[in-house]
Design a protein around this ligand. Sequence first.
Ligand code: KIV
Ligand code: ZN
Length: 506
Amino acid sequence: MAKHIRIFDTTLRDGEQAPGCSMNLDEKVRLARQLEALKVDIIEAGFAIASPGDAAAISAVSEALKSCTVASLSRSLEKDIDASWNALRKAVRPRIHTFIATSPIHMQYKLKMQPEDVLRQAAAMVAYARNLCPEIEFSAEDASRSSPEFLYRIFEAVIDAGATIINVPDTVGYTTPDEFEQLIRGIRENVPNIDKAVISVHCHNDLGLAVANSLAAVQAGAEQVECTVNGIGERAGNAALEELIMTLHTRRDLYDADFGIDTTQIAKTSRLISSITGVMVQPNKAIVGANAFAHESGIHQHGMLANSQTYEIMTPASIGLNRNFMVLGKHSGRHAFVERLKELGYTADKQTLDEVFAQFKELSDRKKTVTDRDLEALMDSRSTLIEPTYLLKQFVINSGSNMTATAAVKLTRDKKDIEDVSTGDGPVDAAFNAIERITGISFTLEEYVIHAVTAGKDAQGEVSVRVSHNGRTYKGRGVSTDVIGASIKAYLFAVNSMLYEESYEQ
Ligand code: KIV
Ligand code: ZN
């Protein structure tokens, strides 16, 4: 019988640690819901002790999810474990994930502890956590640079203390597939009570081997794999969920492993993460890159026409591309629109539906056909903030090759219109300056990214911005067939995020 591999998604914890990938509470809940639709088994929602915002997000994710296990990370310290447990209380299936470093270099320089004390501390904290929470995972940080004999002993001790998942992280992305496979086999063969626990692996991608190492571990008997969508994470990132899953799917003949993931949700989840973080995947990224299914050369195209399997080892439809691509137009009614959103997995309150329907109508006036991708972009670009402080009412731009760009922008705040005019180095700069004059908030623009949602000259442009203010970073996104409009929306999104966070902290 095929072995079952559990997918532990840490996009909201390890993934969020990647530069530029931080998310606010609403974004985390939105992503967690999509990860549940993708059918991951476990969602690591954060590191509760790290900040009140992290704890609040874990709590909100715990409340929002219906079936997934929700995990919170904790060092092997009582205060961390208490913080995790408090944040997880509302989860249907809570899991405390506790870790301590086990490599000589980490024990000596970071923990300044003797190995025997590390072992005692790990077992004591697993027992402490087990008294609170029904499911405990223990990680031996930097396991791949630890002594295997020490790992056998510490894993035996934490399993005795109540851990039912033992995780073997390649924290610094140092190991290779052969070596890691041996390590996992060694653990299976030398930890006497290993039958009472699931072996998990957690690989980083510093040498580009995270997915290969995770797959080698699966062949050696690992039954849980930790990963992130788009491979986001510390430094070079974590093992990419989509690559792992599509390898297990495409090479079932080799791995004989099954999993619960709904592969047709992969493309949508990948896009949602890019839209939320503003970090796009490179075009040649395996599985989810824009070119992953593009065939450019004539020989390949000829082969594909004769039989798609000549050059295609998996179909775009299997990751949810080209699926049931429904086209709506300006004559489509509200009912068809709402139904399509539901089919695409969006639930929204009446006010949101009214607003997005109005946007859809406006879009269908400008664009011949509105596709699923357009609808997803409209929904994903929305701020889920309860009440945005500023709304865009209208803008006028004057710009050309031999003139100074001018922007007149009108916003509403508390139902009152406020407008101002500014010049700038191009239309986007002028519009951002006008917003600054209205809001009194001066941002430094750290990053500005624009891309087309679909093909065609009438495509919507999706803009992501990253701005900073008083040492803090905020993100914004906006879509429109007018790229200046999309830019203004993205900038306003960042303004509203900042004001929302400030009000949240008061
Ligand atoms: O990379 C790592 O070692 C981790 C652990 C805390 C699981 O993220
Ligand atoms: Zn990690």
